[in-house]
Design a protein around this ligand. Structure first.
Ligand code: PHE
Length: 430
């Protein structure tokens, strides 16, 4: 999966790289001051207003609606701004101060006080705080990443949560819901590999009565098993749907679980989930509740259900892509053609003692080339024993999804990449 395979130490990597010349940035109609950690690029800013999950007929919108239909009696939210404080994205959710997700190599910052949300969990406190007890929230999320067919710096997540009164009446409600869901699942063509609801490696929170926590974790699992049936349990299936539960770790849930589904011969990771940390509910000022939350990535599921082979296609404006889909229908994507690849290498020396994170390189590529690059691979990396300088060689695979690229055109783009590389990092081309 990691095609940009150079993982440099985070502390050493260049903090801010692009778009730093100006003292401010205009984002979604507002002006923001930049600072030394600004790393949001024009390519990313241009995505903020797209909101693919709300574009009628788009596969991501159909998938959102399908999940909303499954949770019909939940509040459905989908218009929260992607700009959040790091406090909201991390601190409110009990992320430790040194969590790697906070680093400028992993996340996009407008400045030190404002970032692009990296997950929909960033809105948990806000939504619980409004008094919502059963809700779904869909949004675009942003993470700095490598370039390949299944990674894109913007993707879409859906957060779902349900909380109950931490009282005998509340727990009775959970028990009744568990009975209803168990009855439904027992009559469905599904095989579930489970793990214990609580374990020493996946513990109950000290604030919780373990019996309550067990009931809530069971409710979470039953509810999501039923969702997996809605998404993957098509009627023409003869084999049972296989779902497996795996112990996981998230700073804002305990116990925590991941769900995988066996589909077309492979186990696919679908979502993260768990019993909501009481600190989150305390911060939201609903201390007398307890409940569960999950977060799932829409692209990954849509790529499977629609047979969409490359994550860049979701952003395509090509009618040959868009006209294939209708709101409410899951159909198999028919690739209209695969245009040829054009490989270009770039080799360079980094300035002495300097370093370049793969994500910095990939962001530069995305900024210069848009979606014309299919993947980037590290071909070579070594440190010169005498000068101590680092040499790097990347292989860039140019391939448009919509048309053939001429060699001249690619050469032109490649020379832009090279000059940006020199300007931004002071590298010496070899
Ligand atoms: N926010 C987590 C992620 O993006 C998923 C998650 C959501 C996990 C809710 C637990 C509860 O990976």
């Amino acid at each position: 999966m990691l095609s940009c395979s150079v993982r440099l130490s985070r502390a050493e990597s260049t903090p801010a790289v692009l778009g730093r010349q100006s003292t401010h940035l205009d984002i979604l109609g507002e002006r923001y001051a930049t600072d030394e950690i600004t790393n949001i690029t024009p390519a990313i800013i241009s995505k903020l207003s797209e909101r693919l999950h709300t574009q009628h007929g788009h596969p991501l919108s159909t998938l959102r609606a399908l999940i909303e239909g499954h949770y019909a009696d939940y509040t459905h939210l989908s218009s929260f701004s992607p700009l959040v404080t790091p406090f909201k994205n991390f601190d409110e959710l009990s992320f430790p101060k040194d969590h790697p997700g906070r680093s400028v190599t992993d996340s996009y910052y407008v400045n030190k006080d404002l970032m692009l949300r990296t997950h929909t969990s960033a809105h948990e406190v806000e939504v619980f705080g409004k008094g919502e007890t059963k809700w779904l929230l869909t949004a675009d999320v942003y993470r700095r990443d490598e370039i390949d067919g299944s990674h894109y710096p913007v993707f879409h997540q859906m957060e779902g949560a349900r909380i109950f009164d931490a009282t005998p009446t509340g727990m009775k409600e959970v028990e009744e819901d568990n009975e209803r869901l168990s009855y439904h699942l027992a009559r469905s063509n599904i095989v579930i590999e489970d793990v214990p609801h609580l374990a020493p490696t996946n513990p109950n929170q000290p604030e919780h009565n373990p019996l309550h926590s067990e009931l809530v974790a069971k409710n979470l699992k039953l509810s999501l098993n039923a969702l997996m049936l809605t998404l993957f349990g098509t009627s023409n299936r003869t084999e049972p749907l296989r779902v497996r539960w795996i112990e996981a770790y998230f700073p804002f849930t305990s116990p925590s679980f991941e769900v995988e589904v066996f589909f077309r011969g492979k186990w696919l990771e679908i979502l993260g989930s768990g019993v909501v940390r009481q600190a989150t509910l305390d911060t939201a000022k609903v201390p007398n509740k307890l409940g569960w939350a999950f977060g799932l990535g829409l692209e990954r599921i849509a790529m499977i259900l629609y047979s969409i082979p490359d994550i860049r296609l979701f952003w395509s404006k090509d009618e040959r892509f868009l006209s294939q889909f209708q709101q409410g229908a899951i159909t198999t994507f028919k690739p209209y053609s695969k245009y040829p690849s054009c490989f270009k290498d770039v080799s360079f020396w980094l300035p002495q003692e300097a370093n370049l994170h793969e994500n910095d390189f990939c962001d530069l590529i995305r900024d210069v080339t848009g979606d014309l690059v299919e993947d980037v691979k590290t071909v070579d990396r070594f440190v010169h024993p005498k000068t101590n300088r680092t040499s790097l060689c990347y292989r860039i695979n140019y391939r448009s999804m919509d048309r053939s690229l001429s060699n001249e055109e690619v050469n032109e783009i490649q020379s832009l990449v090279v000059s940006r590389l020199k300007d931004a990092f002071g590298v010496e081309i070899r």
